[in-house]
Design a binder for this molecule. Structure first.
Ligand code: AMP
Ligand code: TRP
Length: 324
């Protein structure tokens, strides 16, 4: 069975974009691959996290994975910082990464617009991500569209290391779904729904009450026409709602677009909100039932399993580079 690795940052509110674009897919795909899912807390630290809240956010993110249906009997779920080998490999990979390569990353460029100075952590973020993946010999990496470039760099670093020191790493493939890999913000559908958005009307949190979900979708920004049509460039708001509705129902966007042809925006919003409420109801029921203690015990077991793989790999790497 091929190995799969993916990660999610515990950096705030986990939202519908994370769910539709990532977590919901992981639940299905875990049946097909030997899967490892990580709460990547070290990545989240590239932005200041309130130390009083951070540990809770980490536990909560893992709880969200469990409540969504990631099954700890089938998949490994663990917290990145508990496996020190990520940082050990990170250093080795940093040593073969060019600064200019990192400066080319779109996500880095976005975050340093207007000449803002960046931390070294933000610049090196993709190297840590490459370490996460290569440490486990993962071949399949499900991610959103925004991560494609980081996967390209991961492959490049695997090739470069293999070229210098002999075959050590597998080159991973990204798995990006065409629809839903970029759910847009409700208040600004030209930018992706984001954890770091300043307004809560940007996103739907997975734990939002039904009334709140309805209110947020009702206020979602659309355009001033009346035509329901899937056209992300000209009609980003409506296209986003069509995507959310289709994914929530497990249907094709085309089918939903046809169904709503001639309907008004109000109808689409009401149905979209109902579908999201319905989609999240089972999740929310599960979420309330899972105790922090249960999460801690799953994470402990996950760290033990991940740790074994990581230790073996880092030993191999240290030998290859001549440290052992
Ligand atoms: P992050 O929030 O950056 O930790 O991302 C966790 C996962 O959710 C990654 O696979 C992202 O690509 C995905 N993701 C984040 N934001 C969105 C979004 N707005 N739409 C779809 N997928 C997303
Ligand atoms: N950078 C990813 C994101 O923001 C999260 C992540 C960290 C990740 N390490 C990973 C995803 C390894 C896949 C594989 O979405």
């Amino acid at each position: 069975m091929k190995r799969l690795f993916s990660g999610i940052q515990p950096s705030g509110t986990i939202h519908l974009g994370n769910y539709l674009g990532a977590i919901k897919r992981w639940v299905t795909i875990q049946e097909k691959y030997d899967s490892i899912f990580s709460v990547v807390d070290l990545h989240a630290l590239t932005v200041y996290q309130d130390p009083k809240k951070f540990r809770n956010q980490i536990i909560d993110t893992a709880k969200i994975l469990l409540a969504s249906g990631i099954d700890p009997e089938k998949s490994i779920i663990f917290v990145q910082s508990e496996i020190a080998e990520h940082l050990e490999l990170y250093w080795i990979l940093n040593s073969i990464t060019k600064v200019a390569e990192l400066e080319l990353m779109t996500q880095y460029k976005d975050k340093t617009q207007n000449g803002k100075s960046s931390t070294a952590g933000l610049l090196n973020y993709p190297v840590l991500m490459a370490s996460d993946i290569l440490l486990y010999d993962a071949q399949i990496v499900p991610v959103g569209e925004d991560q494609r470039q980081h996967l390209e760099l991961t492959r490049e670093l695997a090739r470069r290391f293999n070229g210098l020191y002999g075959k050590t790493f597998k080159e991973p493939e990204e798995l990006i779904e065409k629809v839903g890999s970029k759910i847009m913000g409700l208040d600004n559908p030209t930018k992706k729904m984001s954890k770091s958005a300043s307004s809560e009307y940007n996103y739907i949190a997975l734990t939002d009450e039904p009334e709140k979900i309805k209110d947020k979708i009702k206020k979602a920004v659309t355009d001033s026409e009346t035509l329901i049509k899937y056209d992300p460039l000209k009609k980003p708001g409506i296209s986003n709602l069509l995507t959310i509705l289709a994914l929530s129902l497990g249907k094709d966007v085309k089918e939903i677009e046809n169904k709503y042809f001639g309907e008004n925006y109000g109808r689409l919003k009401i149905d979209c909100a109902d579908a999201v409420v319905q989609l999240l109801s089972k999740f929310q029921e599960n979420y309330k039932k899972i105790s922090d203690k249960k999460v801690e015990s799953v994470l402990k077991k996950g760290a033990a399993s991940a740790g074994k793989i990581a230790l073996q790999k880092i030993e191999e790497v240290y030998q290859k580079v001549g440290l052992r």
